[in-house]
Design a protein around this ligand. Structure first.
Ligand SMILES: [Zn+2]
Length: 125
């Protein structure tokens, strides 16, 4: 890649229920969160002076993540649904489809509450 690198982010929200195993605290019992998700893509501008079309990002995230996690019991998909594990799972689901000639998935940010969030990205990417 050249020396002009852009970071493009689209945000989403979804409501899910979960409970944590091997954990004693607030998240031990079944409850829900309104998660906030930021999907960040890094890349260079294409012939249309864009990194990637925001609407394409929305379409992929809806199909791969929101349709499966929104109004769902996350434990059915991720055994221990900590914010760390959920963000890692989301990254894995999106990585291939949000990768193109001039862009790639950079980072997932997942807010479990207004004040608490986790960032996940793969090393050396
Ligand atoms: Zn919780």
């Amino acid at each position: 890649m050249g020396d002009r690198l852009f970071y493009l982010t689209r945000e989403f929200k979804f409501d899910s229920a979960h409970n944590l195993i091997r954990y004693h605290g607030k998240c031990e019992k079944l409850h829900g969160h309104t998660y906030r998700l930021a999907v960040t893509i890094s890349g260079e501008k294409n012939d249309e002076d864009m990194i990637i079309d925001f609407s394409f990002v929305k379409k992929v995230v809806k199909r791969k993540v929101l349709d499966r996690l929104d109004h769902a019991y996350i434990n059915d998909i991720i055994t221990q649904p900590t914010a760390e594990n959920i963000s890692q799972w989301i990254y894995g689901e999106l990585k291939d489809e949000l990768s193109g000639a001039n862009y790639k998935l950079h980072e997932i940010t997942l807010w479990e509450t207004e004040n608490n969030y986790v960032k996940y990205k793969e090393k050396n990417v």
